[in-house]
Design a protein around this ligand. Structure first.
Ligand code: GTP
Ligand code: MG
Length: 351
């Protein structure tokens, strides 16, 4: 899963990136604007103690810093096509809104609206370009699939022209899949961080509720002080607790963002265990056992027979697989089984 940090110039994107990557802390970024964060998971910690595997692997979230979206940039797509492309390719975006003065007064709500407008404009350009080709093609030689695509894009364009982001357009699952290929910006799952100076942190709730009134659908909003969080992330772990209590930070930003990202992306984790490896695998909620097997290895999806399944809670409560079998909670699930968060699975596959 791939999250891009975006925002207006000097809003604190790189500062938050450092807070998330632990700047000097884990040496993760080394000046590279992309970092892989491990998702803490107490279940994996506990299973590692039980199985003592050669390797422990947590779920990971890839976070990438971007250069600013500057006025005009997105519209004519001349200046920074690269960063635009990066946003298009990401699974979700984390929008940083500046709520500290830096010569220009802070206007987080206005900034949100400007970013949203730029996304809508860029999507209009994209939809119009494709529609132009489709209309010509359909006028010459009408065929069902391109005609359906034209109708769908016209629906999208109408929505955009009314000033609404595509995130608020209700589509059938099938149509949703079809338009994913266009990588529309205004349909990307979004999370928001209001970047406050310390003394504004307490008042940030007002901004958050003003924003929520303008937000389409469910966009989570949190407030944080980027500078404090970046300092915190760069500290040795033994100093972090004291710093956090001194500044009233209850949970590190990294933990909050990871939870928000899981929520926004609709992710859950299933687990695999053994002497070789204990591992958490992130999958989308609603995924079938067969699809989930494919995230381990594409071949496993093709050759899938059954998934040996037990919930983490049962596994702990009943003291392992033997206890689960005895209690009748150890299951052999078929292809269509919908994977649940915390399922411990072992895939039986043919050749
Ligand atoms: N007062 C205050 N300043 C901050 C905070 N976060 C970032 N800054 C300052 O704002 C400036 C820009 O921060 P960056 O993190 O580089 O912002 P950016 O969005 O990455 O900037 P560009 O990549 O140039 O668009 C720096 O001088 C930071 O020190 C904050 O929470 N409070
Ligand atoms: Mg930057």
């Amino acid at each position: 899963m791939f999250v891009s940090i975006i925002g207006t110039p000097a809003s604190g994107k790189t500062t938050f990136f450092k807070a998330l990557s632990g700047a000097n802390g884990n040496g993760g970024n080394n000046g590279h604007p992309s970092v892989r964060i491990e998702v803490p998971d107490e279940r994996i910690d506990a299973l590692t103690k039980i199985f003592n595997p050669r390797k422990t692997t947590y779920s990971r979230l890839d976070v990438t810093d971007t250069v600013a979206i500057r006025e005009g940039e997105v519209k004519n797509e001349t200046l920074d096509a690269k960063s635009l492309q990066q946003i298009r390719q990401s699974d979700a975006v984390l929008l940083v809104l500046r709520h500290f003065d830096n010569g220009h007064a802070a206007d987080p709500v206005g900034d949100f609206q400007r970013v949203q407008e730029e996304f809508i404009l860029a999507d209009m350009v994209q939809a119009e370009g494709r529609l132009e080709r489709l209309r010509k093609q359909n006028a010459l030689k009408p065929q069902p699939a391109p005609q359906q695509e034209q109708a769908l894009l016209e629906l999208c364009l109408g929505h955009l022209e009314a000033g609404d982001p595509l995130a608020t357009l209700n589509l059938s699952c099938e149509d949703d899949k079809k338009i994913r290929g266009f990588l529309f910006l205004s349909r990307k799952p979004m999370m928001i961080v209001i970047n406050c100076v310390e003394e504004r942190l307490a008042g940030a709730d007002t901004i958050a509720s003003q924003l929520r009134e303008r937000l389409p659908g469910h966009i989570p909003v949190v407030a944080a002080c980027g500078q404090l969080e970046a300092e915190l992330a760069a500290m040795p772990p033994e100093e972090q607790a004291e710093f956090m209590s001194e500044y009233g930070i209850r949970e590190s930003l990294r933990g909050r963002i990871i939870r928000m990202a899981y929520d926004t992306l609709g992710l859950i984790s299933f687990l695999t265990v053994g002497e070789d490896e204990c591992r958490a695998w992130p999958v989308r909620r609603g995924m079938s056992a067969q699809e989930a097997a494919g995230t381990i290895h594409t071949d496993l999806s093709r050759t899938f027979i059954r998934a040996e399944t037990v919930s983490y809670e049962d596994f702990i409560r009943l003291d392992g697989f033997a206890g689960c079998k005895k209690a009748g909670v150890w299951r052999l699930e078929g292809k269509g089984y919908i994977v649940q968060d915390g399922d411990i699975m072992s895939i039986r596959a043919g050749s």
